[in-house]
Design a protein around this ligand. Structure first.
Ligand SMILES: Cc1cc2nc3c(=O)[nH]c(=O)nc-3n(C[C@H](O)[C@H](O)[C@H](O)COP(=O)(O)OP(=O)(O)OC[C@H]3O[C@@H](n4cnc5c(N)ncnc54)[C@H](O)[C@@H]3O)c2cc1C
Length: 405
């Protein structure tokens, strides 16, 4: 049976960063990757453009039972460190709305840089090698693979990712490895994901985009708010604002999304303006009252929900007030999300309190480490998840470079 100084379970972003940062001379290191190639998910990041980090970085962009766990790592290996790391691998960078990408605007540049540099590193990359179990045996770990092979390792880094988008190798089944080693896994939720709604008022709005103030309510109570892009889909809503708020859905009972269109105009000003339009254009079709104020189809749906008046003059004052109120409080009842198959990240994971926040070594099993998305830390949309995977991997690399002599 082959014996390794270090085995990394999973060959995704955090694993490849770690492998690149290792400086272990004459040591046997292997990556076991379940799929037929490493880093498949990286290619889809940032809509294929690879949003690697963000100009703004801080604990406030992260979620989990204890988001502060990530603070040490993201400060020690921050958004400058990630650029310096990839710049040493030959990349240059471009920034768009605070999001940082490779200057090529191609996610495959990130994967290629990570892969090319590993080619002569001596690290064994074992593809089609799903790890089925990891057991501690005296001073070693016994690793069982799906192809029936076994291996021994002195140190193991778990880097198997979350539960999102199983086509990238992450179906959540690997959490059983962490559990079998005595670790606890929180409830998992899809995050950075589209939301579903069956409300009549959003029927026919598919493809319409709006910049609006968007608030998540739980039984009417405000949970979180943002101003951003909202996209109507055939099953509900998407867009950056939806993705951002989806990180908070796990805390919510009976979620409602409240959209405030034209947030820069007050409700009273809007009412005055609509009443003025009634005075000036009484004989226009009633649907014209919202012309130039809100997207035509959204306007039609709002009007339909309030009145069946044919002409503007037939709209009563109270109906006009109601229309203005809906524009400022356009409520969408949320019935769920599109789920893990469509989510960019998994909310929840292995409990961070069971790991050291500087070395990422398990407090339960010596010489076992956990990095990246499998831990109970997930970031907002905008490069924060790759940054977290990077920062945690670099902390482990620093520790292992000092430890394995
Ligand atoms: C469509 C999409 C777009 C995204 N866009 C962005 C973005 O622009 N910016 C950003 O910051 N984040 C983005 N993310 C999130 C980001 O890609 C992940 O958070 C990040 O890749 C996590 O890194 P990781 O190493 O922890 O896990 P992953 O990169 O998911 O890697 C885990 C690896 O482990 C392997 N594996 C799983 N189980 C086993 C096992 N039992 N044995 C062996 N191997 C196993 C998997 O096959 C996989 O290769 C996006 C995610 C998706 C799905």
């Amino acid at each position: 049976m082959e014996k390794f100084d270090l085995v990394i379970v999973g060959g995704g972003f955090s694993s490849l960063v770690l492998a690149n940062a290792l400086k272990l001379k004459n040591k046997k290191v292997a990556i076991f990757e379940k799929l037929d190639r490493v880093g498949k998910k990286i290619l889809s990041t940032g809509n294929g453009r690879g949003n690697i980090t963000n100009k703004n970085l801080g604990v406030e962009y992260y979620h989990g039972k204890n988001p502060e766990f990530c603070e040490y790592a993201i400060k020690r290996y921050d958004n400058f460190a990630i650029r310096s790391f990839f710049s040493n691998l030959g990349l240059m960078f471009a920034t768009e709305d605070d999001k940082i990408y490779p200057a090529s605007m191609q996610a495959n540049s990130i994967l290629d840089a990570l892969r090319f540099n590993l080619e002569n590193s001596g690290i064994e990359i074992c593809l089609n090698s799903e790890v089925k179990g990891v057991k501690k045996q005296a001073d070693d770990f016994l690793i069982a693979l799906s192809n029936g092979k076994e291996a021994l390792a002195k140190n193991v880094v778990l880097a198997f990712g979350g539960s999102s988008q199983k086509q990238f190798g992450t179906d959540g089944s690997a959490f059983s490895i962490a559990k079998s080693l005595g670790h606890s896994v929180t409830k998992l939720y899809p995050s950075l994901v589209q939301m579903r709604s069956r409300d009549e008022i959003i029927k026919g709005l598919k493809g319409i985009r709006s910049n609006a103030k968007v608030t998540l309510l739980s039984c009417g109570k405000e949970i979180k708010s943002t101003i951003g892009d909202l996209l109507f889909t055939d099953s509900g809503i998407s867009g950056n604002a939806t993705f951002y708020l989806s990180s908070y859905l796990s805390e919510v009972v009976n979620p409602t999304i409240r959209v405030e269109f034209i947030p820069e105009i007050t409700e009273n000003r809007l009412i005055d303006h609509l009443l003025y339009k009634k005075q000036c254009f009484p004989n226009l079709l009633s649907s014209e009252i919202l012309n130039g104020i809100i997207h035509k189809q959204i306007g039609k749906n709002i009007l339909k929900s309030v009145s069946d008046a044919k002409l503007i003059k037939d709209l009563s004052r109270s109906e006009i007030i109601k229309i203005a109120k809906i524009i400022k409080n356009f409520d969408i009842n949320i019935t769920g999300t599109l789920g893990f198959d469509y989510s960019q990240v998994t909310h929840g994971g292995v409990l961070t309190s069971e790991f050291d926040n500087k070395t990422f070594e398990s407090k339960i099993v010596k010489n076992l480490y956990g990095i990246g998305e499998l831990l109970d830390i997930d970031g907002d949309c905008g490069g924060f998840n790759l940054q977290w995977a990077f920062s945690s991997a670099m902390c482990v690399a620093e520790n292992l470079n000092a430890k394995i002599k």
